[in-house]
Design a protein around this ligand. Structure first.
Ligand code: HEM
Ligand SMILES: *[C@@H]1O[C@H](CO)[C@@H](O)[C@H](O)[C@H]1NC(C)=O
Ligand SMILES: *[C@@H]1O[C@H](CO)[C@@H](O)[C@H](O)[C@H]1NC(C)=O
Length: 471
């Protein structure tokens, strides 16, 4: 029980105030238990779950209270929604009935001026700035860079029959690629390994916010400090020695900072680059690692995926060409495979909002000011939405088999105006990497590959594999 005591001691004053004074409301709250004072039901919420199935915390409460229930996590009353219809309303009525709101942990880690904390005009403005680097038009120019990165790494991993820890290697690969785009980061030249600072991130983000050495939350905060220092130094240096040409995304942001009447401030700019450095690799690398794990577990899926990619090569006139945008768009089975991977991966265990006013739904009231957590796994693993939900079955995404409302039931990238801006970038990287993996290499799992959710997904033993040339 030491961590409960630790948690109580380290809670900030604001959280105490929240806990002591629940917001006022009229109407009927959803059912549910608020657990112990202050701690609420946090220990159950954060209990490790070593499976692809819904965590017992959510499962038991849905059975007991229905798909919309209240609880208290780290001092904050919260309504959890496992109801597809309510989730849809929450996404569609962003800034009208609900607004993006993330727990204190997020704001401490991403900064108070990050995309998730900004609303209305500033949110739109930042979204446009991000689309400039990760939007479709930009991706069309990036495809060959993604391809070169994939082929170089695969070649390296296969070259001396070494055992490779895939999760980490993939995260490094994706980080190097996007950090090069964003800040011209070069791991060879940079004295400090920037990626290391992001290692504990997924665990730390949705974790018990105890800021003492050893906790993932603490590691997260330390990581943020170091990365922010590096970014501040780059900014200072570039402001002192302005570059003629725009080489990376940071140059673009600095140009924007200089414009007359720009809404961008230095703090917003730094928080933006920081968020993109994180978001662009940690999520995608988990998804790609799991995709490969699913391929090793399901040979018939691997066969069909290989057939699709060999088909693309057969049709290609000039064998030394790179993957074209049209070829990428033609990878239909790959897209089903990626959807299925993301459905089971449940990389985002919760998407947080706050009610802007009292919201009535199915006889319950979500009181103004209360936090709401959309729970994507509860929908992704609901047999009514996806038959036999624990089965890995990419064919369920076939047109003729897909049940109605498939898109309402699939929220791996969120929904509404906050839909993930990097979704296309993530898919492009996964598809291009898989193309080269399945056409040129065989994979031999050695050990690891198991997951645990706390509730952010981790690979406690890594995923160690050998990558062998096909012939
Ligand atoms: C498989 C990989 C990914 C998954 C599962 C994922 C998931 C998500 C989810 C669920 C949201 C919605 C959050 C909310 O509504 O509060 C989101 C938003 C966002 N994602 Fe991703 N993401 C992925 C990859 C990426 C990449 C590669 C980037 C960067 C380029 C990125 C950048 C963002 C940004 C900037 C937002 C905030 C959008 C906003 O608030 O308007 N994501 N992501
Ligand atoms: C195939 O592409 C390569 C490089 O893009 C080029 O050098 C070569 O001439 C092309 N071959 C044919 C037959 O078009
Ligand atoms: C994957 O999911 C998205 C979102 O629901 C959907 O629009 C898309 O059609 C799906 N892709 C395939 C190939 O089924």
């Amino acid at each position: 029980m030491w961590f409960i005591i630790g948690a109580i001691l380290s809670f900030s004053v604001t959280i105490w105030v929240y806990a002591l004074k629940n917001p006022k409301y009229n109407g009927k709250l959803p059912k549910g238990s608020m657990g112990f004072p202050f701690v609420g039901e946090s220990t159950q919420f954060f209990a490790p779950n070593p499976s692809f199935d819904l965590s017992p915390f959510i499962k038991h409460r849905i059975l007991k209270y229905g798909p919309i229930f209240k609880t208290r996590l780290v001092g904050k009353p919260l309504i959890i929604s496992a109801d597809a219809e309510l989730n849809h309303i929450i996404f569609q009525k962003e800034e009208e009935l609900f607004e993006c709101w993330y727990p204190e942990t997020f704001r401490k880690i991403f900064g108070v001026k990050s995309v998730g904390s900004l609303h209305g005009f500033m949110h739109k403005y930042l979204k446009n700035m991000i689309t400039n680097v990760f939007g479709i038009e930009s991706l069309k120019n990036m495809i060959s860079e993604v391809e070169v990165t994939s082929t170089t790494r695969l070649k390296k991993w296969a070259s001396h029959n070494d055992i490779v820890e895939l999760k980490d290697e993939i995260a490094n690969m994706i980080f190097d690629l996007s950090a090069k785009r964003l800040i011209s980061y070069d791991p060879e030249k940079c004295g400090e390994n920037m990626r290391e600072n992001f290692v504990a991130f997924i665990q730390g983000l949705i974790s018990f916010p105890i800021d003492i050495p050893g906790t993932s939350y603490h590691k997260c905060l330390q990581g943020r400090k170091r990365v922010m220092r590096m970014l501040e130094n780059i900014l200072k240096e570039r402001q002192q020695n302005p570059r003629e040409q725009q080489v990376d995304y940071f140059d673009f942001v600095i140009q924007e900072l200089k414009k007359d009447g720009t809404p961008l401030t230095q703090q917003v700019a730094l928080d933006l680059i920081f968020l993109l450095l994180f978001a662009s690799h940690e999520t995608t690398s988990i998804a790609l690692t799991l995709a490969i794990k699913f391929l090793t577990d399901h040979p018939h899926v691997l066969n069909q995926l290989t057939a699709e990619h060999e088909g693309i090569l057969k049709k290609r006139k000039n064998k030394s060409d790179k993957i074209s945008w049209n070829e990428y768009k033609s990878m239909t089975f790959t897209f089903k495979f990626m959807n299925e991977t993301l459905r089971l991966a449940n990389i985002a265990p919760g998407i947080f909002r706050r009610a802007l006013r009292d919201v009535e739904f199915k006889g319950y009231t979500i009181p103004e000011g209360w936090a709401v957590m959309v729970c994507p796994p509860a929908i992704h693993l609901d047999p009514k939405a996806f038959a036999d939900p624990l089965a890995f079955n990419p064919w369920r995404w076939d047109e003729e088999q897909r049940c109605d409302g498939a898109s309402k039931n699939f929220m791996a990238f969120g929904g509404g105006i906050r839909f993930c801006i990097g979704a296309d970038f993530a898919k492009l990287q996964m598809a291009v990497f898989l193309h080269h993996l399945v056409t040129n290499y065989k994979l031999k799992p050695i050990k690891g590959g198991n997951i645990v959710r706390t509730p952010g997904v981790q690979f406690p033993d890594g995923f160690h594999v050998q990558i062998l040339n096909k012939d």
